[in-house]
Design a binder for this molecule. Structure first.
Ligand code: MTE
Length: 313
């Protein structure tokens, strides 16, 4: 993000895999894996019906037009798979998601290490159609499938001293080309204050458009915090830690004057190198005005009552 400055060119039609082709190819690969390994991601397979995940409509969904699947899955930031927007979809196969486990630890009475299927089993899936606003000035509307992070945190039983939640992405430099270059401090890390993490808008997503998350979107498990700039929504999570102190975060460590810990979408706080007043919805030509908290102010403004959000950007 923003280390290299260049004018983005729209993905060419030839670079975009039609959704049906993508799904057919993936199902074919899944079939191959099933034969080879004798099983598929059991938690997700149980939750699947036909080609998709089983989910019900959830609260807080916007009825704005959804960004097409092709754009959501080919215009990505996932630096582990490359810094160009089309790198993550092109290099998606380099992310190894099986086996996958998630550690929940830190200041909690009930820590654990879970195989992905055990981690997912207790949760029923919901669709949440959320706006995602990137700090670079573009935005999308994405139909995520997931569940509220607070379910995981409650199960962990945070101690009285837990005030933050830290997240970590997989570290696998052998397979992930971006992690062989010092673009960021690896593994990618992010953090939330505990009340932000407990907020019902904050979800762990396992799918989008009713399908399992494509690797480039952060398979098998990623955070989605719709009132914060997109970089807060850490992908491919392997660790969730209850913390007493504010945890370090990848972008804040990299450029602290440009990326604060809170990173709430705030048109009144310009990025040091450009304004945040407007954004371009992918697929649209004209820029639109950016809304405070990305339009989720009614739900989340109370979390920041009394805070100077210019100082805590
Ligand atoms: N998570 C990891 N592990 N690595 C990354 O480079 N990029 C962030 C965020 N999560 C990133 C990440 C940024 S800058 C954005 S805008 C969103 O992912 C993009 O999510 P999307 O590609 O699903 O739209």
């Amino acid at each position: 993000m923003l280390i290299r400055r260049h004018v983005r060119s729209e993905p060419r039609a030839s670079e975009i895999t039609p959704r049906e082709v993508y799904l057919a190819r993936r199902d074919f690969m899944r079939g191959g894996l099933a034969l080879g390994a004798g099983l598929l991601l059991p938690g997700l397979v149980q939750a699947r019906s036909g080609n998709g995940l089983n989910f019900s409509p959830g609260p807080f969904s916007t009825d704005e037009p959804k960004t097409p699947w092709e754009d959501v899955t080919t215009y990505n930031n996932f630096y582990e798979l490359g810094t160009g927007k089309s790198d993550p979809s092109r290099n998606a196969d380099m992310l190894r998601t099986e086996p996958w486990s998630v550690v929940v630890d830190g200041a909690c009475a009930n820590p654990g290490r879970y195989a992905l299927e055990d981690f997912l089993k207790p949760h029923s899936l919901e669709e949440r159609i959320y706006r995602l606003r990137c700090v670079e000035g573009w935005s999308m509307v994405i139909p995520w499938v997931g569940f509220e992070l607070n379910q995981v945190l409650k199960h962990a039983e945070p101690t009285g001293s837990a005030r933050y939640v830290a997240f970590e992405t997989i570290l696998d430099p052998e397979n992930l080309p971006g992690q062989r270059r010092p673009v960021l401090q690896w593994p990618y890390t992010e953090g939330l204050r505990l009340d932000e993490a407990m907020h019902p808008l904050t979800i762990l997503a396992v799918g989008l458009y009713g399908e399992e998350l494509p690797n480039q979107n952060g398979a098998p498990l990623r955070l989605v915090v719709p009132w914060k700039y997109g970089f807060k929504s850490i992908k491919s999570i392997v660790r969730i830690t209850l913390a007493e102190e504010e945890p370090p975060t990848a972008w804040n460590q990299s450029q602290p004057n440009e990326y604060g810990f809170y990173s709430n979408v705030n048109p009144d706080v310009a990025h040091p190198r450009w304004s945040q007043r407007t954004e371009r919805r992918i697929g649209e030509f004209r820029r639109r005005r950016t809304e405070m908290f990305n339009g989720y102010g009614d739900e989340v403004a109370d979390l920041y009552a009394g805070m100077d959000l210019k100082k805590h950007f």
